[in-house]
Design a protein around this ligand. Sequence first.
Ligand SMILES: Cc1cc2nc3c(=O)[nH]c(=O)nc-3n(C[C@H](O)[C@H](O)[C@H](O)COP(=O)(O)OP(=O)(O)OC[C@H]3O[C@@H](n4cnc5c(N)ncnc54)[C@H](O)[C@@H]3O)c2cc1C
Length: 410
Amino acid sequence: MDHSVPPKAEHYDVIILGAGASGLLCAFTAAQRGRRVLVLERANKVGKKILMSGGGRCNFTNNLVEPDNFISQNPHFCKSALKRYTQWDFIELVERHGIDYEERKHSQLFCKDSAKDIVAMLLAECEWAGADIRTHCEVESIATQTGSASRYRIQMQQNGQPCTLECSSLVVATGALSVPTLGGSGIGYDIARQFGLPLIERQAGLVPFMFSDAMKPFCERLSGLALEIEVSCGGRAFTENMLFTHRGISGPAILQISNYWGPGDEVAIDLLPGVDAANWLLQTKQQLPKSRLKTVLTQRLAKALVSELQVLWWADQEDTALAEFTDRKLSVIGEQLNRWLLKPSATEGYRTAEVTLGGVATDSISSKTMEAKTQPGLYFIGEVLDVTGHLGGFNFQWAWSSGFTAGLVV
Ligand SMILES: Cc1cc2nc3c(=O)[nH]c(=O)nc-3n(C[C@H](O)[C@H](O)[C@H](O)COP(=O)(O)OP(=O)(O)OC[C@H]3O[C@@H](n4cnc5c(N)ncnc54)[C@H](O)[C@@H]3O)c2cc1C
């Protein structure tokens, strides 16, 4: 018979799973209210995605945050949290910590020096407020207890040592599936399933496209070339840079539209945004009848791209003067320049996706508190929820806003 006494459970008011963007903000917000807070992080260090974000400079928010910048089955869900903790609140925090930042195009705010400043700021706030953080924690099970103020009992290993914890409020801030090497994990969905909460299907978002047809070698040959385009799909359009890669296409415009793309969809690319290409070519035919089409197009597009397009669209008239092109043919080429239809075979998937679309269904969560409607004391914040932002600092703003909202009530 085993007479050993099970180790005594440690009690906290609030346990937060995940020391990422939303978890750390929630932690110090709750601790500032006098709650006894513990953050459990599986990785060896906290805030890995913050450190890698924005090319190491963290695009931490955006000067213009609107609900329209977020995708969710319930587009109204994000409004309340975004109002409760705005971009101005986070900017005020950044300024209070003396962090230098700059505004780049599309109102995106980045650290001037390093994303490390943001992690240091969040950790300082946690320390000042008295929130504990433990890394190397592997949660094994979560159980509910009735008749106790500590509703949740967590079994876990820290550095291989078993440990039992209890808390009244359990906050799931474990993020989503994107980039497993930076902590991407599906545990948040497992916890939602355990407590009977519905999930919205997940899909990689803010992610490059790949091709398996003739477009693959086409892109490979142009790899490294960037140009401003307008891309549209699923009723949305973005004007930004596109980058050809070895596998397909990437760059901000493509990452943005990937949030609106589904397998089998075509994307329409306008290579000459703001220019009616058919009209322009027809006028040029009148003005410069002896010019070759390739020469004319290189006024507005990179030579390498025009050479590749020539192979696709007018290979048989490579050396023909513009005057020899029928108006019909020039109109078709112009229309293709303004609406080049491409069918990606897939995205690069979670390995490189900045975010995960879908997640815990927001209908099962209170937008005022982030608490599960059917499971008292259980909260979900950040990317694990079915709220995904556009590129431009919106995903961090959602993490801050939802983390703060829960931090006020846990
Ligand atoms: C490369 C890259 C660049 C990005 N750049 C930007 C940007 O510039 N601007 C922007 O707005 N957004 C950016 N994003 C998106 C942004 O990082 C996320 O939306 C945001 O971090 C989500 O916050 P979160 O708190 O929900 O999750 P995370 O910040 O991912 O934190 C989740 C934490 O939970 C931990 N965890 C996971 N499983 C467990 C477990 N079982 N037990 C304990 N802990 C666990 C993880 O290790 C992680 O520390 C970027 C994403 C990537 C991948």
